[in-house]
Ligand binder design. Sequence first.
Ligand code: 5AD
Ligand code: FES
Length: 342
Amino acid sequence: MKHPQKVEIDEIAFILSKEEIDEKLFALADEIRQKYLGKAVYIRGIIEFSNYCKNNCLYCGIRAQNKDITRYRMSIEQIIQRARLISQMGIKTIVLQSGEDTYYNSDMIAQLVKKIKEFNVAITLSIGERNFDEYKLWKDMGADRYLMRHETADEKLYEKLHPNDSFKTRVEHLKKLKELGYEVGAGSMVGLPDQDDLSLAKDILFVRDLDADMVGIGPFIPHPSTPLKNAKSGTLNKTLKMIALTRLFLPDTNIPATTALGTIHPLGRQLALKCGANVIMPNFTPLPYRSLYTLYPNKICIFENDIACAECTKNLVISAGYSVSNDFGYRRRFNEYITCRV
Ligand code: 5AD
Ligand code: FES
């Protein structure tokens, strides 16, 4: 007899392998999402505060070895101003994202968290792998969540894509963050070179076993100044299927309709909301920096004026048939007994 996990992997891979649009899967994911989370969509304002990065992830446009981009760093004061503006607009989560940039030391991030917390918002950090002591300090200062995608649960592929880093380390960090009491976000890209349906199935089981509080899934989009410039992009259909399957395995987790999905298809984010996603992240990176945070090319929203994304995403949510939530958007657990199994 096959091991149950093996049956699951094979079944998920089979669903993913079918070319056609799986309306039944999408409808089921939406039904589950509405059963556990209703029609509410949480809004998170994201500030991409630095595009410096010490890493060289093969897929990423801000990798250290990319000399074709202009680098920027926002000052702590600038970031705080921006966070204040977001909170004044009634948005209750602020996501602080950057490349892995150790220019911002433990104390600077701690100060940032402490000040922004005064605006009565939830804070999500998305600044890559740091020391365990730093994670602890920032949690103590009031940080609520940490986003760090696992990128791919295919260990060999992970190591090919991330020079000098290992999948094992990534898992240790995610587990540590959970242990410290953060809401933890993992997630993966869809359509990476050499990624097959079996490895995508592993991504689903990985976030299930981690009991991830947030799962970000977007298509891989080749960036012209990276070693993967000639690779193919991930597809809309497969990314939507990954989102829908994630919703089936984690009925109450928070899943964003990602900007990358909106980049490969004009209705990408609306469609994601209709098949399991329940979060959207308007871009609040100020000009002139916004167009420089180019993880991938043709990113949407970079020509929008300043705070336009807030209105735009709210309209998008309503046009897709959902409602804008003014809540902090913590994970609404329906079953306290599920715990991390990784
Ligand atoms: N295409 C799509 N997504 C990308 N990311 C980084 N580079 C790319 C790319 N070329 C994603 C990674 C990272 C997140 C912030 O952006 O999954 O974790
Ligand atoms: Fe940025 Fe629509 S979300 S312009």
